[in-house]
Write a protein that binds this ligand. Structure first.
Ligand code: HEM
Ligand SMILES: *[C@@H]1O[C@H](CO)[C@@H](O)[C@H](O)[C@H]1NC(C)=O
Ligand SMILES: *[C@@H]1O[C@H](CO)[C@@H](O)[C@H](O)[C@H]1NC(C)=O
Ligand SMILES: CC(=O)N[C@H]1CO[C@H](CO)[C@@H](O)[C@@H]1O
Length: 325
């Protein structure tokens, strides 16, 4: 009997062809909402081709979602009277951007096929489409995620890695998500696009150990340049690009920055303090043979499957900002 059911399960997997262990599958909405993936792609491209930095916003957002309670769109839940401290209220989320894209997609999909496509899948698909829109890598996005109903600021604060973290802590943060040290260095390469706000590097530039000093791990010439962009009392909106060499291109130049001690955050610089992550960086900056695009696609494929809710778990939210009434 056991043998028979194992045989049936195997047969089913084989017949589906594209089943993923977590219960996701490619083109999950093929019958229930055949245009879903096209709609996500069209709207994402619309926004990202006008404002390429939105790609950075979406790629960061999928990380922050998957890092807390898995990729269940818990990140998108807005504070309510009964829970006024959702993930959105956590400090690391204070600079997220691109929510309007997800709202536009959700609203189009609710018109096309109401109550069918989850917010978690929308975010997973849209962040991939954002990458390809700026000529970044493509990765397969199996779908069938369902949306979570719990979102806690305290968890976001505990689980999203801090820009002040050292290499040991970063490795632990990633291990807790089922991601390894290679994933850590590869996914950090997302900092090839997008910005960092001055208030985050203020102490690194002006008061690293509390005596008015600068982080010695930061290239002095680069520190001097950063100080011209970020004052000791920066406005909350002032920022610099993380990859000053090619700020808007998805390439391996982030690793060149880190190698030259020009990584923006302590967490970027920390990648030089471990044999495996340092070796990876040195290999990417060689003139020939960066494997970054392919590696990024592989690590993203892993990341977007973390802790997903499938089957009868969770729900399909009608409004990504709120649990269904
Ligand atoms: C390794 C641990 C990580 C730390 C400590 C970290 C920290 C940060 C910080 C502090 C910012 C600046 C936010 C701002 O000032 O607006 C940032 C931006 C960003 N992060 Fe990370 N990050 C990490 C890993 C990742 C991963 C795994 C991804 C995605 C795969 C990612 C994607 C991004 C992107 C694209 C931006 C730019 C956002 C924008 O321009 O709107 N980061 N990160
Ligand atoms: C959030 O809720 C708690 C407990 O219900 C309350 O004490 C606090 O004042 C609320 N905070 C805000 C910003 O509304
Ligand atoms: C630098 O840090 C120390 C210790 O945290 C603090 O007492 C001092 O006020 C800071 N100085 C500036 C200029 O922020
Ligand atoms: C995008 C978003 O909702 N950001 C919020 C994140 O948390 C801060 C407080 O830490 C809020 O002020 C932001 O509005």
């Amino acid at each position: 009997m056991k043998f028979l059911s194992a045989f049936i399960v195997f047969g089913m997997l084989f017949a589906m062809g594209n089943a993923y262990p977590q219960g996701l599958q490619l083109d999950y909405y093929k019958h229930s909402c055949p245009n879903a993936e096209k709609i996500v792609e069209r709207i994402t491209k619309q926004y990202v081709s006008h404002v390429p930095n939105f790609a950075a916003g979406l790629i960061r957002m999928i990380f922050h979602d998957c890092a807390v309670r898995g990729c269940d769109a818990s990140l998108l839940l807005k504070p309510t009277a009964s829970n006024n401290q959702t993930e959105l209220d956590a400090i690391p989320n204070s600079t997220l951007r691109g929510f309007e894209i997800l709202e536009a997609i959700k609203s189009a999909l609710e018109t096309e096929c109401p109550g069918v496509v989850s917010c978690a899948d929308i975010l997973a698909l849209s962040s991939r489409d954002a990458s390809t829109t700026i000529n970044g890598p493509w990765w397969p996005v199996p779908t069938g995620r369902r949306d979570g109903i719990i979102s806690l600021a305290s968890e976001a604060l505990a689980l999203i890695p801090s820009p002040f973290a050292d290499i040991t802590t970063l490795k632990q943060n990633f291990a807790a998500l089922g991601l390894n040290t290679k994933d850590l260095v590869v996914l950090s390469g997302a900092h090839t696009i997008g910005v960092g706000h001055c208030f985050i590097i203020r102490n690194r530039l002006y008061n690293f150990t509390g005596v008015g000093d600068t982080d010695p791990a930061l290239n002095p010439g680069y520190a001097a340049w950063l100080k011209t962009r970020c004052s000791p009392n920066p406005s909350p909106t002032s920022f610099v690009f993380m990859d000053r060499i090619t700020p808007k291109v998805f390439d391996e130049k982030y690793f060149t920055m880190v190698k030259q001690n020009r990584g923006l955050f302590e967490s970027d610089a920390a990648l030089l303090n471990d044999d495996q992550t340092r070796d990876y960086i040195m290999n990417q900056v060689k003139t020939k043979g960066s494997t970054f695009d392919k590696d990024f696609a592989e690590s993203m494929t892993k990341m977007i499957q973390i802790g997903v809710l499938t089957g009868t778990k969770g729900q399909i939210r009608k409004d990504c900002g709120f649990v269904n009434a």
